[in-house]
Design a protein around this ligand. Sequence first.
Ligand code: BDR
Ligand code: CA
Length: 315
Amino acid sequence: MESAVIKKKVILDVDTGIDDALGVILAIKSGQCELIGITTVNGNVSLGKATENTCKILDFLQAGATIPVICGASRPLLRPLFFEHRIHGEDGLGGALRDAKVLTQPRDGFAPDFICEQVLARPGEVTLVMTGPLTNLALAVKKCPELVKHVKEVIFMGGVVNGHGNVTPVAEYNMYVDPEAAKVVFHAGFPQLTLVGLDVTRRVLLTEEHIDELGDTPIGRYVRQSTSDYMDRSLERNGVRACAMHDPLAVAVALDRSLVKTQRLYVDMETRSELCDGQTVCDFQNRLKKEPNMNVCLDVDTEAFFTLFLGALKA
Ligand code: BDR
Ligand code: CA
């Protein structure tokens, strides 16, 4: 008798940008999860643009009919908008799919409500993968605190615990944009909350050689075009022509936990400092005498990540 493979049920929350789009592509092309919805949030680009980009990616993969897209927060909880056009280009996808006609349309509804409904309808089964500012999840927790005990796990791309930030000297972008939302999520009491920060995402660098492996295919051409300007800027700034796979790594961790080594630690969010807002403060020596509140990724198997990522995109 054939045994049915039970796939992990995932909601992806994105501010589609270049690497968010690659995370969506990985989730879909891997065939390893049941994507029950994609929720969008303001971040790299406006909410409208992030939603349009997400729909374009679903069109590109011919997946728009089966995966609902639901719009979420159009601004951070308290702070002004802070886009990342210098990284992701004016359109958010580095110019790729610029002229594509958008066929997929977002469904009615509001992302935080969708997250609550879906999680409560499938208690203990849903994994949330967050690759933008945490505004939607913070709103969901505030509206429906019992959500916390019914989510299977939350994996978020954000922060850095052992290095420098990428917006300010100490703050990573997703945390910097909405630190109040991050603070709500950090203290909500999620039993399984995993921080995939710059400590590990900076070590998964997509290069021209990786893209060559995808060949002259629609996906290969898309990835090349989408990441080209990003790679040029990385060469200027870091001396390496590459594109950091921040968001795809968060998706990959949902698919295969063994890609990263984690440690349970207490991490808090700075929200009241002129210099350090958005900093993920990690209490490695338990000086604050608090119970650990998350799994912090401290090491990554880069080769295994690219085997998974490129294998999925080639499929
Ligand atoms: C994060 O910020 C955004 O620019 C990327 O999409 C990623 O989610 C990296 O700091
Ligand atoms: Ca993102």
